[in-house]
Design a protein around this ligand. Structure first.
Ligand code: BV8
Ligand code: ZN
Length: 244
């Protein structure tokens, strides 16, 4: 962890008037939740792009539900890590105005973050493929036999956004308005390849805002970030909050 990059990040945060954050699977990695594209990627024998799609669900709902039931178990058993706690602290101090996440876990909320936008939905929501029925899953749901809607008898599905599906328009437009007014954004734990999430930090930059990236690896954002810290989100954000 490079000390003067941390100092640079702290200065940007201190001088920010409207700081937001965009997080990805990497901020939950230290909670033991596998990332998508890392070496320990989810269910390595499948690519998320192959399983997290409406086509995969229609073709093989048993397999897709088995994958999501496993992920619900992993996520619901997991605990927030210092990255989640540091971001919640930044919000509590009135510095972080909005947390935009691609993650479908609820670890930001469980760490105390209040203003969280879930671009890709949540594993806590189970919804009907046909009517408006949905419920909040306190624990992983039974998927054998496949869960059926009590209102209309159609299949239930995970309340997440699959590849090829539109993001919830209210959440997406809120995210765009948040980054439009940001003069700084912390981008932590994302490979910055999935659209439209990956375009959000570019809007901050276009408006002359500053990008702070936190990631052990380089990403397409690294070259344009004002400071890019090669480190784990839990360690780096913990250090930042301590020195702030
Ligand atoms: C849409 C929910 C349009 C489900 C997810 C070409 C072909 C087909 C499609 C496309 C295409 N080009 C673009 C697209 C669109 C597509 C897309 O972007 N594809 C990508 C793969 C190229 N996007 C979509 O389909 C979106 N919808 O565009 O609709 C449309 C238009 C009109 C009409 C209809 C439709 C929907 C995208 C949402 C998909 N759903 N998740 C589920 O989770 O099961 S995306 C999935 O990837 C997760 O949400 C995940 O969060 C997200 C992004 O991944 P990351 O979070 O970045 O995670 P990743 O593993 O990649 O990276 C982790 C990073 O953390 C790494 O950099 C690693 O170094 C780092 N890290 C590791 N440890 C740590 C760490 N960092 C910090 N600390 C650590 N300790
Ligand atoms: Zn229904």
């Amino acid at each position: 962890m490079n000390v003067n990059e941390i100092e640079k990040a702290i200065n940007i945060i201190k001088n920010s008037k409207y700081l937001t954050a965009l997080t990805g699977a990497g901020v939950s990695a230290e909670s033991g939740i596998p990332t998508f594209r890392g070496k320990d990627g989810l269910w390595n024998k499948y690519k998320p792009e192959e399983l997290a799609t409406p086509q995969a669900f229609n073709a093989n709902p048993e397999l897709v539900w088995e994958w999501y039931a496993w992920r619900m178990k992993v996520v619901f058993d997991a605990e927030p890590n210092p990255a989640h706690h540091a971001l919640a602290k930044l919000e509590e101090k009135g510095i972080l105005k909005c947390l935009i996440t691609q993650n479908v876990d609820d670890l930001h909320e469980r760490a105390g973050s209040k203003n969280v936008l879930h671009l890709h939905g949540s594993l806590r929501i189970v919804k009907c493929i046909s009517c408006n029925y949905q419920f909040y899953a306190e624990k992983p749901i039974e998927v054998k036999p496949l869960p059926i809607c009590p209102e209309c008898n159609q299949l239930l599905r995970p309340g997440v956004v699959w590849f090829g599906e539109m993001l919830p328009s209210d959440v997406l437009s809120k995210a765009f308005s948040e980054v439009e007014r940001s003069d700084a954004i912390i981008v932590a734990g994302t490979s910055a390849v999935v659209q439209p999430a990956a375009s959000l930090p570019l809007i901050v930059r276009r408006n002359k805002g500053k990008i702070i990236e936190i990631n052990p690896d380089e990403t397409p954002l690294t070259a344009i970030a004002d400071v890019s810290i090669r480190g784990k989100a839990g360690e780096v954000l913990d250090e930042i909050i301590k020195l702030l």
